[in-house]
Design a protein around this ligand. Structure first.
Ligand code: RIB
Ligand code: CA
Length: 295
């Protein structure tokens, strides 16, 4: 499966990236970064270091430093100032390319139409810019699988919205209004997917670099003496991409509030339907993630 990962690593992004780089069913063509959790320099450096963990020569390209409009948000409180909860990763083996949108357009025009999927783990600024600047390339996408939003769940960027959508609501609204197939994985599903301390022992016992590094990253993702980690939001994107049968999706017609509660999802029958994951086989999904990290 040819994919490009759009990301703001970020502890849960980091586990998702390690899994995708370690899973032979993914052909990761590039990693594009966006400011999101803790600023573009940090997220880009973290993406390069994650590629180093896997000795992967995957191109990394810098994307948007700020949202299409407004100032953006930060999740430093969750991910720490370094974005990785203090977990030390190896130095980057390469430099990042300067322009994520140019790289996305180049890859989309080079690959057969309908063969590339974006795995979107962050605010959707890069994808909205791609659609604005290179509409013909954007429409060659096979699809976009994105973590974001909240349907019945209370938000995590204020009560009405989820971080990835709240950080750039205009970008999300423009991407969801496009004709490219979108599958959205909201907090309603991701909050059901967490790790326990025993799960981390299993990862460490495997000895595999992706698993051992992920155990350290997830350990940093616990809050205090909690019995389980914060939700493993972003890995859900990779796992749904490979095995959608482990998730249950409903078609919804939605627009994104950009005014009253930025990032809130509002039903709007004039919009094209997007698939929204509302159910997850959490234990089977965890077994698949753990297996892919441990190989
Ligand atoms: O709301 C969860 C999302 O915001 C995840 O992508 C996580 O990385 C945070 O950035
Ligand atoms: Ca993220």
């Amino acid at each position: 499966m040819k994919v490009i990962i759009d990301t703001d690593p970020g502890l849960d992004d980091a586990v998702a990236i390690l899994y995708a780089l370690n899973e032979p069913r993914f052909d990761v063509q590039a990693i594009t970064t966006v400011a999101g959790n803790i600023g573009l320099d940090r997220t880009t450096d973290n993406a390069l270091r994650l590629a180093s963990v896997m000795a992967a020569s995957v191109p990394v390209a810098r994307g948007a430093a700020r949202p299409l409009a407004g100032a953006g948000l930060s999740e430093e409180a969750i991910h720490g100032a370094d974005g990785l909860g203090g977990v030390q990763l190896p130095d980057p083996l390469a430099e990042a390319a300067p322009d994520a949108v140019a790289l996305l357009a180049e890859r989309l025009m080079a690959e057969p139409e309908g063969s590339l999927t974006i795995l979107a783990l962050a605010p959707l600024t890069n994808l909205a810019q791609l659609r604005r600047q290179h509409p013909e390339a954007f429409l060659r996408l096979k699809g976009i699988i994105a973590m974001g939003g909240n349907i019945h769940e209370i938000g995590n960027a204020g009560p009405h919205a989820e971080f990835n959508l709240a950080a750039d609501p205009l970008a999300a609204d423009e991407v969801f209004a496009s004709d490219v197939p979108v599958t959205l994985i909201p907090l309603d599903v991701t909050r059901k997917f967490r790790a326990s301390p025993a799960d981390l022992v299993e990862l460490r016992d495997s000895g595999a670099p992706a698993a051992v590094t992920s155990a350290a990253l997830i350990e940093a993702y616990f809050t205090g003496s909690a019995r389980e980690s914060r939700p493993l939001h972003d890995p859900c994107v990779m796992l749904l991409a490979l095995d959608p049968a482990l998730f249950g999706c409903d078609a919804m017609h939605l627009r994104v509030d950009t005014v009253e509660h930025p990032g809130r999802l509002i039903p709007d029958e004039t919009r094209p339907a997007i698939q929204v994951a509302m159910r997850i086989e959490a234990e089977a999904v965890k077994a698949m993630l753990w297996k892919g990290l441990s190989r």
